[in-house]
Design a protein around this ligand. Structure first.
Ligand SMILES: O=c1[nH]cnc2c1ncn2[C@@H]1O[C@H](CO)[C@@H](O)[C@H]1O
Ligand SMILES: [Zn+2]
Length: 342
């Protein structure tokens, strides 16, 4: 097994509906009696995956419409969540935060609470069988109504600390700037639920500034376009606000022009608090091991540097200090066994 596969890893930015196995869709469609455009996993994959031709975030997001009809029951959400933990364990992850938008799963009678419970059950089952830790994040969607998003936050707050750890805002950033969501995240603050926000992906640094200063995000999803505002970059650095970078996804959505333009080495050298994540293993055709390999090959990140990025993932996880301490100990034990120093 390769060293980077064995490296203990942390994936803090992983969407449930972007991580579904094609084989699972085949089975769920057969159960539902619906026809699919292909009869095997290989044939189905192009319908679930973005490629280099993808022109924008909006085009990337269209891929999710293919799987969502099959994720409208508690059992299917539970299965999806379970399989994500299984995949992550196989890929060498110690801890994952799995995010999903409850309101995308209520089209056949589920409530937001049912959807959250289905996901939490699957994560727990995965933890029990595979010995890694997994927590849920509930997403508010940018195209949905304030009423729906307020309901997501309210419902999520009642599962806080019971398998769910935070909320998020995702979707079409360019057409729905963060300032529209002040009321929603004011409620999150009032209810004491921490949050991350997708920003600086399909919009510029002003979106990151609003997510932090207007809404109160304590982590930023992507944030790759932070370099557009050097003063803000300095503020993010000084405050230690973590960026959840997702390199392969950022290339596909055209948040950056290409690998040569990817600012990770620059951000790392400037001392920004970075984490590396998959975003959507299936849609982006990636894994944590592959993201690490890409950084090693393209930017000469050493195993020690990659380990320091993974350690950042533990430090900024939405977990109580006691649970972080346990993860840290396990992480250090595994690093020592691999002979990697940070
Ligand atoms: O990188 C991203 N940026 C913004 N939104 C995303 C990204 N990846 C996935 N989603 C959106 O989040 C929903 C719930 O998981 C997905 O259905 C997709 O619309
Ligand atoms: Zn995302």
């Amino acid at each position: 097994m390769s060293l980077l596969k064995q490296l203990p890893k942390v994936d803090l930015h992983l969407h449930l509906d972007g991580s579904i196995r094609p084989g699972t869709i085949l089975e769920l469609a057969a159960e539902a009696g619906t026809a699919l455009p292909a009869t095997d996993a290989t044939g189905l994959l192009p319908h679930m995956q973005a490629d280099d031709e993808c022109a924008s975030l909006v085009e990337y997001l269209e891929k999710f419409n293919f799987v969502l009809p099959y994720l409208q029951s508690r059992a299917s959400l539970r299965r999806a969540a379970y399989e994500i933990v299984e995949n992550a364990a196989e890929d060498g992850c110690l801890y994952i935060e799995v995010r999903f938008a409850p309101m995308l799963h209520v089209h056949r009678g589920l409530s937001a609470a049912d959807a959250i419970e289905g996901v939490i059950e699957g994560l727990r089952e995965g933890e029990a069988r595979h010995g890694i830790k997994a927590r849920a994040i509930a997403i508010c969607m940018r195209h949905q109504s304030a009423a729906d998003n307020l309901e997501v936050v309210r419902t999520a707050a009642s599962y806080l600390g019971q398998g769910l750890v935070a909320v998020d805002l995702a979707g079409d950033e360019a057409n729905h700037p963060p300032a529209r969501f002040r009321e929603v995240f004011a409620l999150a603050r009032q209810l004491g639920i921490p949050f991350t926000i997708h920003a600086g992906e399909a919009a510029g640094a002003e979106s990151i500034a609003e997510a932090i200063e207007g809404l109160g995000a304590i982590r930023i999803g992507h944030g790759v376009r932070l370099r557009e505002n050097p003063a803000l970059l300095e503020l993010v650095r000084a405050r230690g606000i973590p960026l959840e970078l997702c390199p392969t996804s950022n290339l596909q959505t055209k948040a950056v022009a290409g690998w040569d333009d990817y600012p990770i080495r620059d951000y790392f050298d400037r001392g920004l608090r970075l984490t590396i994540n998959t975003d959507n293993p299936t849609v982006s055709g990636t894994s944590m091991t592959r993201e690490c390999e890409a950084l090693a090959q393209r930017f000469r990140f050493t195993p020690g540097e990659l380990a320091s990025l993974m350690r950042n993932g533990i430090e900024v996880a939405f977990l109580p200090e006691g649970e972080k301490a346990e993860l840290r100990a396990e992480f250090d034990r595994r690093l020592a066994a691999l002979g990697i120093g940070v």
